[in-house]
Design a protein around this ligand. Structure first.
Ligand code: FES
Length: 134
């Protein structure tokens, strides 16, 4: 194989290999999805939800502790281009790091490029168990 052909072939391979990485950086915005799962607050992976302002992502859902024993849950992917969302406890809003989109904890668009609300989920608490349902 000629050096020039090798470089062409290598670049083509690299281009193909990079596509999944590019695609995975933007999550596909989920349509209305059905969920029914629990989070055990005694599990260390969910301990952030024991504090007001804490949040956890599970099953593509952003679960937030918005006040003492008060929880909210929305889809974790921005409706603009699918970036992973964060809970901004200081503003009590859901924030998108990609283009500055902002949502309420009920999923409604507050500002930025998103035009569509986030899917909202129900959260109930029984003892140390949160149940998240659509
Ligand atoms: S992907 Fe969230 S504002 Fe653009």
């Amino acid at each position: 194989m000629e050096r020039r052909d090798f470089i062409k072939a290598s670049c083509a391979f690299c281009g193909i290999a990079m596509i999944p990485g590019v695609i995975s950086s933007c999550k596909k915005t989920p349509s209305n999805k059905s969920v029914n799962f629990t989070l055990d607050l005694t599990n260390s992976s969910n301990s952030a939800l024991k504090s007001v302002g804490g949040s956890v992502v599970s099953n593509d859902v952003l679960v937030m502790c918005t006040a003492a024993n008060t929880y909210a849950a929305v889809a974790d992917a921005c409706t603009h281009e699918g970036c992973a969302l964060n809970y901004d406890a200081s503003s009590k809003q859901v924030a998108c790091p990609c283009h500055g989109g902002r949502f309420s904890t009920a999923g409604d668009v507050i500002s930025g490029p998103p035009k569509t609300a986030l899917q909202k989920f129900n959260v109930s608490k029984s003892g140390d168990i949160l149940t998240i349902t659509s």
